[in-house]
Design a protein around this ligand. Structure first.
Ligand code: FMN
Length: 200
């Protein structure tokens, strides 16, 4: 698969086969994440892979109950990868204080997407999950306070893919050359007017 094919075929997968995921494939995804760029090369990402079925069940129960239960689909994923940020780097403190930018979140996003794209290349389906019970997981997994849980990526062989094309803003709404050219006077984009839903 070319990079273009991988990017175009990747969708958020919320239904998985029961088929287990090979450890080597997860390691290949972690390796792709490891090579991601980061501010000051701080590499603040840490990945806690949950692939033990008993533990995964407990994690899913804790992470996706109550107000988080709309992400319950992830309980069926054979692997859950918890993305943790190790935050005590100079770049993070400077970024926040001087620029107001949380570089560590950018870094984790880039590394996580490397993971996801590699998974796609290997025939795996993934879904980014930002809506989960962080406190509950911290307690269950005894996560030290120096690590901040940021996201979960569910991983498994896809049982189905969302129908249709990616729902995205038009290129001219999100990219400009040399000067900002918003359509209309309000700056409100077509997609914002319709307040589109992505269906999760
Ligand atoms: C940072 C982040 C957090 C997300 N959190 C959730 C989530 O909590 N639950 C969920 O079902 N999907 C979640 N998604 C998936 C998005 O809904 C999905 O990427 C978007 O609708 C576009 O669909 P596509 O991935 O199929 O192209 C998240 C995606 C990102 C990047």
């Amino acid at each position: 698969m070319t990079l273009d094919e991988i990017i175009k075929s990747r969708r958020s997968i919320r239904r998985y086969l029961e088929r287990p995921v090979e450890r080597e494939k997860i390691v290949a995804c972690l390796e792709a994440a490891r090579l991601a760029p980061s501010a000051e090369n701080a590499q603040p990402w840490r990945f806690l892979v949950i692939d033990d079925p008993g533990l995964r069940e407990k994690v899913a129960e804790k992470a996706f109950s109550g107000i988080y239960s709309f992400c319950r689909f992830a309980a069926r994923a054979p692997v859950l990868v918890l993305l943790l940020a190790k935050k005590d780097f100079l770049a993070n403190r400077l970024g926040r204080l001087v620029q107001g930018t949380q570089f560590y979140l950018l870094d984790l996003g880039i590394a996580g997407e490397h993971f996801v794209l590699k998974a796609e290349e290997l025939g795996l389906g993934t879904c980014w999950i930002g809506w989960f019970n962080i406190r509950g997981l911290r307690k269950l997994l005894k996560i030290p306070h120096r690590y901040q849980p940021v996201a979960i990526i569910s991983v498994g062989y896809p049982a189905s893919r969302p129908p249709g094309e990616h729902v995205r803003k038009k290129l001219e709404e999100i990219a400009w050359f040399n000067r900002i050219e918003e359509a209309g006077s309000t700056g409100l984009e077509e997609s914002e007017k319709n307040n589109f839903s992505d269906g999760y």
